[in-house]
Ligand binder design. Structure first.
Ligand code: ADP
Ligand code: ZN
Ligand code: MG
Length: 481
């Protein structure tokens, strides 16, 4: 659409993340996924009269770690508030959230889109409890019911609200990718979107390029995949531009993304939905985070992917792309570092991790944490090549055996008698035989046709079943010829 170029999209994301605790935020019920409906519940998370919430310390710790990882300032004092609304899967009649005094504010994350680096502001990170789940599946003529499962009530969440800093579907995609990666690194959440551990609402508006004021936004709710986020944002931009181009006005409203049509549809206008009558939760005291506690959290924080990428380039001499790949998850980065240490050659170790190992894992449908080849064993294989005990070709043959059996390269080499022959005596003998068997080529070489050396190398490699060290073969051949 040509008219799109006249407009600038403005996007802000609200991301809900389930914290990786074993129990709920205000009671001791389990958060486990997939339990039979309505079994992980108690008077507190069911909102029965008289039951009192008690804030879980572990939830707060994870929320603080998330806030720090997103470069936020953590407030020494924050307040829980009731957000009142009715819904069948919300038996309390309100959600316990944070409103005007959230846990943390003023953060940011850096993203890169098409080689262009950009910083996106994080407005706030606040804590809240989740609602239950309404299940409309199986809604047929013969079965006109909606089922309610309250197991999820009281699951600890953080909401990460961004500044309206993004300008395209790609930037929104990159931001969510970075937020997810950072939170997984810190271990505060699995961020498993399929299980609803990461959910995203996109706020979208458009304005004429150069205009100072933002346009009216619409909010697209509950985007549960990266692809849908990008699709929904791009579709919403087009929809709003079309409205403005035809002289209309964008309505402030909540919309839903229809996965089947790829379009967003209006759900409710914001005016009605807005009045949540927030007030401070009378059953909970203010949350205080002391300087000492905050320091403890800071000290316990792991290295984040961005810092790790830089270190991998500086310490191991990796290219930016390789550093990017190897820091994609914390487990992959840890694996690489251990392999590099055992290998004594970090770049070679990196190539093996990103090449043969990744290919085998993919084929086997395994994650790096389930790799049958331990990092130490992969490093051991690379070390054998470095020491000239194994040719690259042999190593490629041995690796699948390591993957299948979990054995070390040393063990396989010893058992199969595969080690590379670089010993001059043994090699010399093979070379003498090859020279004796090919007098015509010897004559050609001595007559000045030095390219036949390749023929000799090939013959020696064949005679040694691929175990000869090619460099040594080349050198000895030239000497003897
Ligand atoms: P509301 O009060 O409607 O919830 P907020 O000010 O809390 O709005 O913002 C919610 C989200 O919407 C934030 O991520 C913010 O960056 C984003 N946002 C705010 N105004 C706009 C706008 N005009 N266009 C796009 N996104 C916006
Ligand atoms: Zn409970
Ligand atoms: Mg809001």
């Amino acid at each position: 659409m040509e008219v799109l170029a006249k407009y600038e999209p403005v996007i802000g994301l609200e991301v809900h993340v389930q914290l990786a605790t074993a129990t709920k935020i205000f009671c001791g019920c389990a958060t486990s996924f997939g339990a039979p409906p309505n079994t992980n519940v108690c008077p507190v998370c069911l909102g029965l009269p008289g039951a009192l919430p008690v804030l879980s310390r572990h939830s707060v710790e994870l929320a603080i770690q998330a806030a720090l990882a997103l470069n936020c300032r953590v407030n020494g004092r924050s307040i829980f508030a009731r957000k009142n609304y009715f819904y069948p899967d919300l038996p309390k009649g309100y959600q316990i959230s944070q409103y005007d005094q959230p846990l943390a504010e003023h953060g940011w994350v850096d993203v890169e889109v098409n080689g262009h680096k950009k910083r996106i502001g994080v407005t706030r990170v606040h804590m809240e409890d989740d609602a239950g789940k309404s299940i409309h599946d199986g809604f047929k003529d013969s079965d006109k019911y909606t089922y309610v499962d309250l197991n999820r009530c009281g699951t600890p969440l953080i909401e990460v609200v961004s500044e309206p800093d993004m300008r395209s579907g790609d930037e929104a995609h990159a931001y969510l990718t970075e937020v997810k990666q950072v939170l997984q690194y810190v271990g505060v959440s699995t961020c498993d979107m399929e299980k609803g551990h990461l959910r995203c609402d996109a706020n979208v508006s458009v304005r004429l390029k150069g205009a100072e004021k933002f346009g009216t936004k619409a909010e697209v709710k509950n985007l549960n995949s990266f692809r849908f986020l990008k699709m929904a944002v791009e579709q919403e931009i087009e929809r709003q531009v079309a409205i403005l181009e035809s002289g209309g006005r964008v309505m402030q409203e909540t919309r839903l993304f229809n996965v089947d049509t790829g379009e967003t549809v209006g759900m409710r206008s914001k005016e009605h939905a807005h009045d949540y009558r927030y007030f401070p939760e009378p059953d909970l005291v203010p949350l205080r985070v002391s300087d000492a506690w905050l320091k403890e959290m800071r000290d316990a924080a792991p290295e984040l992917p961005a810092a790790r990428r830089v270190r991998f380039m500086e310490v191991y001499g990796l290219r930016e792309y390789d550093a990017q790949v190897l820091t994609a998850t914390r487990a992959l980065g840890d694996y690489f570092e251990e392999a590099a240490k055992a290998a004594g050659d970090a770049r070679a170790a990196a190539n093996w991790v990103m090449g043969d190992l990744t290919a085998e894992l993919k084929e086997a449908g395994k994650d790096i944490s389930e790799s049958p080849v331990s990092a130490a064993n992969l490093g051991g294989l690379v070390a054998l090549i470095g020491q000239g005990k194994l040719s690259g070709k042999l190593a490629k043959e041995i690796f699948p055996k390591m993957f299948a059996s979990g054995e070390s390269a040393d063990a396989i080499v010893a058992r199969e008698g595969l080690s590379q022959i670089s010993d001059e005596g043994a090699l010399g003998k093979i070379i003498d035989e090859v020279i004796a068997a090919n007098p015509k080529q010897v004559e050609q070489f001595r007559g000045g046709k030095t390219t036949v050396i390749a023929f000799f190398v090939g013959q020696v490699m064949k005679a040694s079943r691929g175990q000869a060290d090619p460099a040594a073969v080349n050198r000895l051949l030239r000497e003897k010829l």
